[in-house]
Design a protein around this ligand. Structure first.
Ligand SMILES: [Fe+2]
Ligand SMILES: [Fe+2]
Length: 274
């Protein structure tokens, strides 16, 4: 499996830009997949620099309905005329964060769903022998304050986001299992457990932001929570974790100290052949 980071908050490539967001491109024996599109046109620009032809992608997966992952959705629809785009239900609901004088919309424009309805689909469970869309996350441990501050609109009110718009992708190929999540708002440990139940064992690699910092306020989760998450990750025998985006520099350092080389980053321009 080959995975190329098209967009992340940092860059390791002189000609690739970076921005708060995430977009990953994957090549498997059967598929060319775009997982998230970042907030804007940067994924298109970096794909060109990196020699990735997005017109040949046969499946796009949107991890959740936040702009930093789905802002590039319409640009992708125009660049690639055929690939279906898989979303979780509620992706186009209103998602927001509280700011000083009200609420700031951090969602994906609702109008896109109708405009591209022929291509936007909601599926869960196995897609084929390689791919599985994971939406059911029964556990609710290690939830973070950073995710708890995010909101969804219910009628005229804003209430705590239940993240029903979040989905995760499992890729199984060439004897390895990969878990891809966007921000892991429902908790990376909970998502990991649900994914492990699907594959019946441990993942080889996890690619995900862990949302252990509040990107708007720059406040990291308490060290005790970060370490508790780290203990869970470390308890797996073989899983390697590639993270960034909303993990936060402070929490990353703590996790790196705990996990050593089993933890790594995914800046824009980084290529993984696994
Ligand atoms: Fe995010
Ligand atoms: Fe998010």
């Amino acid at each position: 499996m080959k995975l190329i980071s098209l967009v992340e908050n940092s860059s390791c490539h002189a000609d690739c830009g970076c921005i708060h967001g995430l977009s990953l491109y994957l090549e498997t024996p059967k598929h060319r997949i775009l997982f998230d599109m970042g907030p804007n046109a940067l994924f298109l620009e970096n794909a060109q620099v990196l020699g990735v032809d997005l017109s040949t992608v046969d499946l796009a997966v949107l991890s959740h309905g936040h702009y930093d992952h789905g802002g590039g959705l319409e640009l992708f629809c125009k660049r690639n005329e055929t690939a279906p785009i898989l979303i979780a239900e509620h992706t186009f609901d209103v998602h927001a964060v509280r700011v000083e004088d009200g609420y700031e919309d951090i969602g994906v424009p609702a109008g896109l769903q109708g405009k591209w309805s022929e291509r936007i689909r909601t599926l869960s469970g196995p897609l084929d022998s390689e791919l599985y869309i994971l939406t059911e996350i029964p556990h609710r441990e290690y939830l973070t304050a950073a995710s708890a501050t995010l909101l969804e609109r219910s009628g005229e009110e804003y209430v705590s986001d239940r993240f029903l718009h979040e989905q995760n992708l499992i890729v199984s190929c060439e004897g390895k299992h990969f878990l891809l999540a966007g921000c892991a708002h429902r908790g990376i440990v909970n998502i990991l457990r649900a994914g492990e139940a699907v594959i019946g064992g441990e993942f080889d690699y996890v690619f995900s932001g862990f949302h252990l910092t509040n990107p708007g306020l720059g406040i990291d989760e308490p060290e005790a929570l970060v370490r508790a998450v780290g203990e869970e990750l470390r308890a797996r025998q073989k899983t390697r974790y590639i993270t960034g985006h909303c993990t936060g520099a402070g929490p990353y350092e703590i996790l790196r100290e705990m996990l050593g080389q089993r933890l790594d980053t995914m800046p824009s321009g980084r290529v993984f052949v696994l």
